[in-house]
Design a protein around this ligand. Structure first.
Ligand code: FE2
Length: 239
């Protein structure tokens, strides 16, 4: 067979998917955009600045029409609670986000992000990124995702170096550092180095959306570690 006929016999390479080829991802990003554009900063200048950073980076990314990176769908034990979390989310203040998330639930890549996972937490926690350096929506300047907790979970104390993080409740009740109880629609800001420990309600799972901003090299390798030992131990940045 000549080189020409071999080339003719080869199947066409898969065309590269980009954001605008995938309406479900576009609509989910639009929910994040709405959240960070029209929600309130509650009078906090720090939260207002964070919200602006997130929406500016998100707008720029959407305008770029970035590639969609293939990540194999992956579940974790806690994702058995995901249908209930979505169901509750669709009945509460964040119903638009919960519905948009339902449309991509079969392709989500749930993971732990930690090399060393406490055994009990491995059954009660996982997160999935929807936008970031690893995809599925490729972006080097922002990470957006969701974290899911089983009922009655304690997520140990941790902090993020050079990363500013906001959590927005989608469903379930939770508390951070034993301060207040947050309901769907609430936003919490954790600045770089802020120690935080999360607990969730007894009866139902808790689903939070999150956004991370920070330097590109740090977003590419966040170096997540959990504190060991008693809670409230001395603050120090993760390794
Ligand atoms: Fe965190």
């Amino acid at each position: 067979m000549s080189d020409l006929s071999i080339a003719e016999a080869m199947p066409d390479p898969e065309p590269e998917l980009r954001l605008r080829d995938c309406p479900d991802w576009v609509y989910l990003l639009q929910e994040f955009d709405t959240l960070y554009r029209y929600g309130s900063a509650g009078g906090s200048a720090l939260i207002r600045a964070h919200r602006k950073r997130v929406r500016d980076r998100l707008s720029a990314t959407m305008a770029d029409n970035p590639p969609i990176l293939h990540r194999e769908a992956q579940s974790k034990p806690v994702t058995a609670h995901f249908p209930r979390a979505l169901d509750l989310g669709e009945r509460a203040a964040m119903q638009g986000m919960a519905r948009a998330l339902r449309e991509v639930r079969d392709v989500l890549h749930w993971e732990y992000g930690y090399e060393k996972m406490p055994k009990a937490l491995a059954r009660k926690y996982a997160y999935c990124e929807i936008l970031g350096p690893k995809g599925p929506i490729q972006c080097d300047r922002l990470i957006l995702g969701f974290v899911l907790f089983a009922p009655n979970t304690t997520y140990p104390q941790h902090a993020h170096t050079e990363i500013e993080e906001s959590y927005v409740s989608i469903s379930g009740a939770w508390s951070e550092n034993n301060a207040a109880v947050y309901a769907p629609g609430s936003l919490i800001l954790n600045r770089s180095g802020d120690e935080h420990r999360i607990t969730t309600g007894d009866r139902d799972p808790c689903l939070l959306a999150y956004a991370w901003t920070g330097p590109e090299d740090r977003l590419a390798a966040p170096g997540m570690t959990l504190r060991s030992g008693r809670r409230g131990s001395t603050s120090r940045p993760p390794a």
